[in-house]
Write a protein that binds this ligand. Structure first.
Ligand code: AMP
Length: 345
């Protein structure tokens, strides 16, 4: 049965999301949307991984990772999530339980014979430079995302970082979503640029980091790069600048510069970008249901994404992300407002 948010047989409601809400509180919808019910889910596809991470101060093995894991847990602070991904039979049950406990629907999660995708990375002293030490695709190698019937009419779609061909395959299966966001990485610009460029004609927003924006466009100026990416298709482009904030490009020259949160201790930057994308998409799903996605809403979404990313880097894997709560998110959002406001001279 197709997902029909307006009807009483709305499938997520049947799966007990209201009950689960009691154990995990969503952020209250904004005033503009406070009568919206039920909360609309965001569809997220991406990687689910077991990561080995080394920083100058610590090393941890077999951690929950992957773009979809970070994206889904981050988004789940704002709205329910429909997750599409693949893991092997070695994937620890505790991670499945974590996802389930967060209003993340797992009907789209394939658990197949074989090993889960594995990734290993090492950070240098500045915590900005990272080297990939190893990648084992394992079950990811033959992954074809198949959307359950109940996932095929999503309002907001987040194509988290995976191969652009797989992102296309997901879009082929959904009926006219309201807003599609794609994330990507340098690897796909190197080895799948044609497919990525075609994808840009199918999405409303692209998220990428500063180095990737320069790599994709050949521009040294990030302003030129943002505009050049818009010319390839998406109305909106978010360029992340790591610890220096984020730039948002909108239609007709609209522009927003989101500040960076003044974080003193970064323990593990892994997944910051995925967490940013998840928070941004989750906020949009929660806040703009039934309305157009405006530039003003996207500015708020970029700040919420930055808030979520700032919490994520405070601990390894999803350890901090899974404990952050609504008051903490609201508190840091307010701080972002405060540090970017100044008086007329
Ligand atoms: P980020 O720090 O935002 O680049 O994301 C890190 C996460 O991306 C890790 O948890 C990895 O498991 C995952 N990852 C690494 N390489 C890939 C890849 N080629 N495709 C999808 N996910 C990946």
């Amino acid at each position: 049965m197709a997902l029909n948010p307006g009807s009483g047989d709305y499938s997520l409601r049947r799966k007990g999301f209201e009950r689960i809400h009691e154990s995990h509180f969503f952020l209250a919808p904004s005033t503009a949307n406070q009568h919206a019910s039920p909360l609309m889910p965001v569809l997220i596809v991406g990687s689910i991984a077991l990561d080995d991470i080394k920083t100058p101060l610590a090393e941890h093995l077999n951690l929950l990772g992957g773009s979809a894991s970070y994206g889904a847990v981050s988004a789940s602070n704002f709205c329910p999530v429909l997750l599409v991904g693949i893991v092997g039979e070695d994937f620890p049950k505790e991670h499945i339980e974590l996802l389930k406990s967060r209003q993340i629907d797992l009907d789209g999660l394939q658990i197949v014979p074989g090993k889960t995708f594995r990734w290993s990375g090492e950070y240098m002293w500045d915590m900005n430079t990272r080297e990939t030490r190893s990648v084992e695709l394992n079950v990811f190698e033959h992954f074809t995302p198949v959307l359950p019937e109940s996932y095929r009419s999503p309002s907001i779609v987040l194509l988290a970082n995976i191969a652009p061909d797989l992102q296309h395959h997901v879009l082929d299966q959904v009926a006219s979503p309201r807003f599609v966001i794609a994330d990507t990485m340098d690897l796909w610009i190197n080895i799948a640029k044609d497919s990525l460029i075609r994808l840009l004609g199918r999405v409303n927003m692209l998220i990428l980091n500063d180095g990737e924006a320069r790599q994709l466009t050949g521009a040294t100026s990030l302003i030129k790069a943002g505009r050049a990416i818009q010319a390839l298709g998406p109305q909106y482009v978010a360029i992340k600048k790591g610890e220096h904030g984020c730039l948002l490009f909108g239609e007709k020259g609209q522009f927003f510069s989101c500040p960076a949160y003044p974080l003193e201790d970064i323990h593990d930057p892994t997944g910051a970008g995925d967490t940013f994308a998840g928070g941004l998409a989750g906020f949009l799903a929660r806040d703009t249901e039934g309305r157009d996605v405006t530039f003003a809403a996207l500015c708020q979404a970029v700040v919420y994404g930055s808030v979520m990313a700032s919490y994520n880097v405070e601990a390894f894997s999803l350890e901090r992300l899974k404990t952050v709560d609504a008051p903490q998110i609201a508190e840091r959002f307010a701080l972002f407002q405060k540090i970017s406001r100044f008086d007329q001279a």
